[in-house]
Design a protein around this ligand. Sequence first.
Ligand code: GSH
Length: 250
Amino acid sequence: MTKVKLYQFAISHYCEKARWALDYKGIDYKRINLIPGPHLLTTRRLAEKTSVPILLDDGKAIQGSGAIISYLDKMVPEKPLMPQEADLEKEALEIEDYCDREIGVHLRRYFYNTLLWDRPLVTSLLLQDGPKYGPALYAVMFPVVRKLMCKSMNINPESAKRSEQRLTDGIETLNKILSKQKFLVGKDFSRADIAAAALIAPLVQPKEHDFRWPNVFPEPLAAFRREHERDPFFPWVLKMYRECRKIRRY
Ligand SMILES: N[C@@H](CCC(=O)N[C@@H](CS)C(=O)NCC(=O)O)C(=O)O
């Protein structure tokens, strides 16, 4: 493979899924960090939808964390992320899809409903490792970006309350599986583990994660974290990051 590029938001947990798969496969890639708002100018040019992650390989764009993992497994079959047995393959895809929908979406809505109203904190997070023009642009444009984010992700106090419950249900599902087994599917590490661990990582904040999270989250997020610290999924995420998340820096 020639050097591939990953268009991403540093903060995005879906982008973390793609980064994890790239690092796990030992692929030498370049990160192109975009920031919410102006990202539209880049992503519209590259792919069908506006979202990141987008992997660019030799002019071919692969959009979406799941599609990127499937593509990487095809291009670099060593260390497969898809279980090799057909029934486990189906199970892994189902769990990944569940985590994308029930954890990824709801954690994001629940978190942003608080974070977006702490302007210094959220702008420092959204701009982390981003382009140089970011701070000047957000000094003027942030209220517009926030409005767009709330509209496109349907973020408001009522929807966030429902998302808190959906996230809690998602966590409960993970707890049930992980109290019985080491990995989510079968006996080996797979894309299902990457999906679950990466998408819930903003809550757990493992030290191996290469996004610099704030030392303390504002309430009620800090309280939500404290409530779940003793759940089975929490030490499991820390272990997955410790044992299976080897970040390569190029
Ligand atoms: N299901 C997609 C979700 C990707 C996604 O929602 N990305 C967000 C960032 S977390 C995004 O790019 N939002 C901006 C947009 O859609 O224009 C995946 O797995 O990649």
